[in-house]
Design a protein around this ligand. Structure first.
Ligand SMILES: [Zn+2]
Length: 190
C-alpha cells in the first residue's frame, strides 16, 4: 500500500488521526508502529503500510515497545471518519472527489466508507458534494459585483450554461432567478 501525503504528514507531525486505521512498518528497523509513534521519524520510502498489526508481524515486523501498536484499538468513530472525509473534500473543492479516491486517502475500504458516510450524513457522497457546491455557488451569487460567468468560473464550471444547469438541478431555480429572489428579499428588509 502506498504512503499518501496525508499519512506521511501525520507520521512527521506525530498526529494520531490514522492510528488504529493503519500501521507503519519501518524497513530499516523491522519494527511496526502506530503512525503517531514518537520513537523516530522514518524516511517515507522506508515505510510499509499495513491494515493490521498481525499482517505486519506475518511479514516479519516486531511491534514497537514504545507505542505498543495493538489491533484491539478500534477504528475511529464514524463521525470522525465523516469529518475527515469532509476535510478531504474541502481541500479538493470545487474539484469532485470519487468515493474510491476518498477511501484511498483515508485508508478505509470504499464499501465501509460509503456506508459510514450515508449513516452519518444521511446521504451519499455525490449529494453531499452537490449541497456543498450549491452553498458555495449561492455565496458567489450573493456578491452583486460578480457576473454569472465569473461566479461560474469560481465555482469550477467551465461555462455559465453548465453552471446554470447544475445550479438549477440542485437548487431548483436558475442562478439569475436566485439573484432576483435575493434582491427582492433584500428590498423587503429595507
Ligand atoms: Zn512505535
Amino acid at each position: 500500500m502506498a504512503v499518501t501525503d496525508g499519512l506521511y504528514r501525520a507520521v512527521v507531525d506525530h498526529d494520531r488521526r490514522f492510528d488504529g486505521r493503519v500501521y507503519i512498518g519501518i524497513r530499516t528497523t523491522g519494527i511496526v508502529c502506530f503512525p503517531s509513534c514518537h520513537s523516530r521519524t522514518p524516511r517515507r520510502d522506508n515505510i510499509e503500510v499495513f491494515f493490521t498489526v498481525s499482517d505486519a508481524v506475518k511479514s516479519g515486523y516486531r511491534p514497537c515497545k514504545r507505542c505498543r501498536p495493538d489491533d484491539a484499538v478500534r477504528r475511529p468513530p464514524d463521525a470522525a471518519l465523516a469529518a475527515a472525509a469532509d476535510q478531504v473534500i474541502g481541500t479538493r473543492f470545487p474539484q469532485k472527489v470519487t468515493l474510491t479516491e476518498l477511501a484511498a486517502a483515508l485508508y478505509v475500504s470504499p464499501r465501509h466508507l460509503g456506508r459510514t458516510l450515508k449513516r452519518v450524513w444521511g446521504m451519499g457522497l455525490s449529494e453531499r458534494w452537490d449541497r456543498r457546491w450549491a452553498l458555495h455557488a449561492k455565496l458567489l451569487l450573493a456578491n452583486p459585483s460578480l457576473s454569472i460567468a465569473k461566479a461560474a468560473h469560481l465555482a469550477g464550471e467551465p461555462s455559465p450554461s453548465l453552471f446554470s444547469r447544475r445550479f438549477r438541478r440542485i437548487v431548483g431555480i436558475t442562478p439569475r432567478h436566485y439573484r432576483m429572489q435575493m434582491r427582492q428579499e433584500g428590498k423587503k428588509h429595507e
